[in-house]
Design a protein around this ligand. Structure first.
Ligand code: SF4
Ligand code: SF4
Length: 473
């Protein structure tokens, strides 16, 4: 097994992987599933089902969003979501039909990826990601890096279901025909590595997929960092900031997404994901997508009591959940039930520069912070706010306890909203301009044999037709 070089920046954090030693616990289907109509980067989705409609598992409820069980759409209405802002969003509320789903003929199941959203952090549509490399895939990277403490669902997947992961990867290889396929995983996940290598031997795929070991530095698994590490290992130039991995023929797919592909092949729909539940007893839960967090914790006897709160995601990249009715979706990798540690009072920035060397993206967090406070959008863009992966390393390093990442997250979403508004305004302006040109053209045009402009002639023809209809009727 070869080892990739350590990323620059980042942090070497203590290994804490709760519940990984035990096989996952399956959470029974709840009475109701919830599917917020929100796509990648908060884009609103248009439902393609209506209230009262019967749906089956795998049926699209909106572009890129599939039902995870059969049932009846009760309503499309506002519902709590797992979002740092605690916002609600229009959602498809599905009353689950608990009678047995008719068995799917696995041999006839095709690889329909339309409803799969990536199980990594960004929640990007899988089919869209693959379409960027459909012509030529130079390298397929399976991302099994999960270096944030407190999250162990991908590791659990490899330890307990490596065969299905391999099946999903093989399907992706058949689909993309990449020149090379690698699985990147931290060197300290020894059990997961052994389990995957055993699956490779069993599946006679040892030469087909190479396992690359990563230094367990947080956040080595961030897509851009990982792609650059693999490019460096291949002796190639790193990605310039304006390029995406797809531009270089690279598809970077999360290991849990590969498992979702296997679910489609075996059952016709990707309906579940593994979630690390870190409560009084840690475990890995197999949860049907759309299940309210409340139901998961209730089944596990882990509902918060007293001052306890529920955190979605890890201690660095996660956030406190505002409403337990929010559903578990593809990007939810961990739930932690604990009493929050009282926050230290925030002090002013002392310009110590401690946040700079830990930034894996080579940014200057203290400068971004000053610009975010001044709401200087142009300055933020100039200093690369869009390259910030909100990893939280600068927060840990900051002796003034400034929640830098929170500021960067809000600045990014403000800029995204601004860009959306600008795009919509440009589009509306172009439509209006086209309309004005058409009106001007119509006014110039004349009916052959007359000198009357077309618009006048057409309006008088319409009035004559209306008058005739009135007389006859
Ligand atoms: S949160 Fe952003 S600025 Fe801070 S260390 Fe991570 S990438 Fe750098
Ligand atoms: S670590 Fe905190 S106090 Fe030091 S420069 Fe960065 S933001 Fe300022």
């Amino acid at each position: 097994m070869e080892t990739l070089p350590r990323i620059s920046g980042g942090m070497d954090l203590p290994r804490f992987k709760p519940g990984v030693q035990h096989p996952p616990v399956t959470i029974a289907l709840p009475a109701t599933l919830v599917f917020p109509l929100i796509g990648h980067q908060g884009r609103a989705l248009q439902a393609c089902v209506v209230a009262g409609e019967h749906v089956h598992a795998g049926q699209l409820l909106a572009p890129g969003m599939a039902a995870s069980a059969k049932g009846v759409v009760r309503a499309i209405e506002d519902h709590a979501t797992a979002h740092p802002s605690g916002m609600t969003a229009p959602s498809v509320i599905l009353d689950v039909d608990h009678t047995r789903e008719s068995a799917v003929d696995a041999s006839s199941a095709t690889l329909d990826l339309a409803g799969i959203v990536g199980h990594g952090g960004a929640g990007f549509s899988l089919s869209r990601k693959l379409s960027t490399v459909a012509d030529r895939c130079r390298c397929l990277i399976i991302n099994a890096a999960e270096c944030e403490p407190g999250i162990a669902c991908d590791e659990s997947l490899l330890c307990h279901d490596a065969g299905a992961v391999l099946e999903g990867i093989k399907a992706l290889i058949t689909y993309l025909q990449p020149e090379q396929c690698v699985l990147a995983i931290e060197s300290d996940k020894t059990h997961a590595i052994t389990s995957f290598e055993d699956a490779l031997k069993e599946g006679k795929a040892t030469g087909e997929i190479r396992v690359l070991a990563l230094h367990p530095t947080y956040p080595s698994g961030a897509e851009r960092l990982l792609v650059n590490q693999v490019l460096k290992w291949q002796g190639l130039e790193r990605l310039p900031s304006h390029q995406r991995p797809g531009d270089r023929g690279i598809a970077c797919i999360n290991v849990a997404t590969a498992h979702a592909v296997a679910q489609i092949l075996n059952t016709g729909a990707a309906t579940q994901r593994l979630v690390t539940v870190n409560a009084h007893e840690a475990c890995t839960a197999r949860v049907t997508l759309g299940t309210p967090v409340q139901h998961v914790l209730d089944v596990l006897g882990a509902l918060p009591v007293g001052a306890q709160r529920v955190r979605v995601g890890g201690p660095l990249s996660g956030f406190e959940l505002a409403d337990l009715a929010a559903p578990v979706l593809t990007t939810c990798n961990a739930l932690t039930v604990a009493t929050p540690v009282p926050e230290e009072p925030v002090l002013p920035c002392i310009r110590c520069g401690d946040c700079v060397p830990v930034c894996p993206m080579g940014l200057y967090p203290q400068q971004l912070f000053a610009l975010a406070q001044a709401q200087d959008s142009k300055g933020l863009q100039r200093k690369g706010i869009d390259r910030c992966i909100t990893c939280g390393c600068c927060d840990i390093a900051c002796p003034s306890f400034i929640n830098l990442t929170t500021h960067f997250r809000s600045a990014q979403s403000r800029l995204r909203e601004h860009a959306e508004t600008e795009r919509a305004a440009t589009h509306a302006e172009a439509l209006h301009e086209r309309h004005r040109e058409r009106v001007a053209r119509d006014e110039q045009r004349t009916i052959p044999g007359t000198e009357a402009p077309t618009r006048t002639a057409v309006s008088s023809a319409l009035s004559r037709a209306r008058a005739r209809r009135k007389r006859s009727g």
